[in-house]
Design a binder for this molecule. Structure first.
Ligand code: HEC
Length: 120
């Protein structure tokens, strides 16, 4: 019985570990990216800035972080900037890892990536 419980616990731990890596987002190939903010978002510029791990390289989201498409369409730039500075929910703060200029550039890049749908 004890062995079974142990095996079960081990299987659970393995599944969890697998998810921690498998549920993570995937960076887009570097050669596809030209925008400095896209490179930053995809972890190619600063090793400690890995937005793609939670939001995926295309910013369309993973199990760990939402798609940013709706966020840029519905939140003001100051809300977006606030979230990146201070963190939001499970998202960590990036105020020590990004300059204000980098944060503004990432927001501009998100707007360019997801142009707002025209008003109905
Ligand atoms: C550890 C995972 C993780 C990382 C890394 C991460 N995010 Fe997030 N992000 C989240 C989650 C989860 C949310 C949703 C927060 C919520 O709804 O409260 C979020 C929300 C956001 C939002 C919307 C703000 C809001 O109020 O919902 C923006 C914009 C954003 N992230 C941008 C970024 C950028 C840019 C980076 C890299 C500099 C980044 N994220 C890195 C997990 C992450």
């Amino acid at each position: 019985m004890k062995a079974l419980a142990l095996a079960l616990a081990l299987a659970l731990a393995l599944a969890l570990a697998a998810c921690l890596s498998a549920c993570a987002g995937v960076a887009l190939p570097r050669e596809q990216l030209t925008d400095p903010s896209a490179l930053l978002f995809n972890g190619y510029t600063k090793p400690e800035v890995t937005c793609f791990k939670c939001h995926n390289g295309d910013a369309k989201g993973t199990m760990r972080g939402p798609s940013l498409e709706k966020k840029v369409a519905t939140l003001s730039d100051s809300k977006l900037s606030d979230a990146i500075h201070k963190g939001a929910g499970f998202m960590p703060s990036f105020k020590d890892k990004l300059t204000d200029e980098e944060i503004s550039a990432v927001i501009a890049w998100l707007h360019a990536t997801f142009p707002k749908a025209p008003a109905p």
